[in-house]
Write a protein that binds this ligand. Structure first.
Ligand code: IMP
Length: 429
């Protein structure tokens, strides 16, 4: 049975929500495997708009959602998201949501540390969402996380909080920030325990059973390859591995379970937060893309930086992310532009390179090497087959396929779910 993993192929916000929603309607289980409530997916279902950060998109489509161990889970954010969608008529219960018992928790000290660190960086901010994602992952690899299962063992919880506070309060002292007291944290976690533990289980067993019975599983990535903690524009990245390889470790399945890897790429580029962006546009063309594409962060509300499609970077994302096919989104935003540019490589200190190097100064010095294509005057908006597209638009898509070395298997031509050109069913393997 073929499963599908969906990951972002640029810097996030590629329009994953729509594609994931469409795929979720064809899957039986949807699993989040990394990130936390730094993600933001907008799903439009009938007359309801759901803004999800933590819940796997499938729950909106009546599917089983799983939050894997690779996620960092803020219990307060989860409960408020459950309450918010509940008010819209969507009930989230242990029947339709399961959470890995070994998932690390985000506690109030994590966003406090995230924000204190960003403030201390002055003009050199990462531009994090301030939600504590980085500090929570640090605690995980530092082996001091409070995990969901700890809520069932008050004595373990108490001892682990002592260890955690010893570490964090030393940091807060150094940053001149307020200290955290143990008792209020412990009391709140013990209050949360009966609300959260009914969702907790060894999700790897359920996923193993799903595999045995041939159920279709969708692994829903958050953020994107260029924000991957190893492969992205470090240190201007998130703190998890966003590549498809992490779907296995972050859910508790073998690598052969992942199946087809679909990379979502926007027909141009955007980025929120700081960091290198070689094909960024600082002129009216970039502003036009931002206005037409309505480029504002779902989580932060910040205006996104905009630029030309960077095929060199997406090719790199295809290779390191394990992407077998591309879903190209927001092609209609390019409608009516006289000319389009695609970045094909970088000139760095006079030398032409075909990959974005890892070193910070080299990344900052990378200048795009553009190929110029003619635009199209007709509309691609709402097209549902290649025959509906202007010839130049087809050329643009074909050129992207060649340059990124992966086929475009889905093409999204408007925010509407059905305005999609499907060239290959990802679940067909
Ligand atoms: P963090 O994940 O909050 O630590 O933020 C680290 C970087 O990742 C910042 O540049 C954020 O703007 C970016 N980031 C985190 N989540 C998303 C997302 O869902 N879409 C786009 N950028 C994100």
């Amino acid at each position: 049975m073929a499963n599908v993993a969906v990951i972002g192929a640029q810097w996030g916000d590629e329009g994953k929500g729509k594609v994931v929603d469409w795929l979720a309607s064809r899957a039986e289980i949807v699993v989040r495997f990394q990130g936390g409530h730094n993600a933001g997916h907008t799903l439009v279902v009938g007359d309801q708009t759901y803004k999800l950060s933590l819940l796997p998109s499938g729950v909106v489509r009546g599917k089983l959602g799983i939050i894997g161990n690779g996620v960092v889970l803020d219990p307060e954010a989860l409960l408020s998201e459950i309450a918010k969608v509940g008010a819209q008529g969507l009930k989230v219960t242990p029947e339709n949501l399961r959470i890995a018992e070994n998932v690390p928790l985000i506690l109030p000290l994590h966003p406090a540390l995230d924000q204190a660190r960003e403030a201390a960086r002055g003009g050199d901010k990462i531009g994090t969402t301030g939600r504590g994602i980085g500090p929570a992952y640090e605690d995980k690899v530092g082996r001091r996380s409070i995990r969901l299962c700890d809520l069932a063992e008050p004595e373990t919880l108490s001892a682990k909080l002592d260890e955690l506070l010893l570490h964090h309060n030393a940091l807060f002292r150094g940053l001149g920030a307020p200290q955290f007291q143990k008792q209020p944290l412990l009391d709140r976690l013990l209050e949360l325990a009966p609300l959260l533990l009914p969702f907790s289980e060894a999700v790897w067993e359920r996923l193993d059973a799903a595999r045995a019975s041939g159920k279709r599983v969708l692994f829903e990535g958050a953020q994107a390859v260029m924000l991957d903690v190893d492969h992205g524009t470090y240190p201007y990245v998130t703190s998890s591995n966003t590549v498809a390889g992490n779907a296995a470790a972050g859910a508790g399945v073998g690598p052969d379970t992942i199946g087809m890897v679909l990379g979502i790429a926007k027909a141009y580029s955007t980025r929120v937060g700081s960091g290198p962006f070689p094909s960024e546009l600082h002129d009216d063309v970039g502003k036009g893309l931002g206005d037409r594409g309505f480029e504002y962060g779902t989580v932060t509300g910040r205006r996104r930086r905009c630029g030309w499609f960077d095929a060199c970077m997406v090719r790199q994302a295809v290779k390191v992310g394990g992407i077998n096919g591309i879903a190209l989104t927001k092609l209609d935003v390019l409608d009516g532009m006289a000319e389009l540019k695609i970045n094909t490589g970088y000139r760095i200190n006079g030398e032409l390179v075909k990959r974005l190097p890892a070193a910070m100064k080299a990344q900052a010095a990378a200048e795009p090497v553009y190929e110029v294509l003619e635009g199209w005057s007709g509309s691609t908006r709402g097209a549902r087959s290649y025959a509906d597209l202007p010839a130049q638009a087809v050329k643009y898509v074909r050129r992207i396929e060649e340059l990124v070395e992966a086929p475009v298997v889905l093409l999204s031509t408007s925010p509407e779910r059905d305005d999609t050109i499907t060239l290959r069913d990802p679940f067909a393997g």
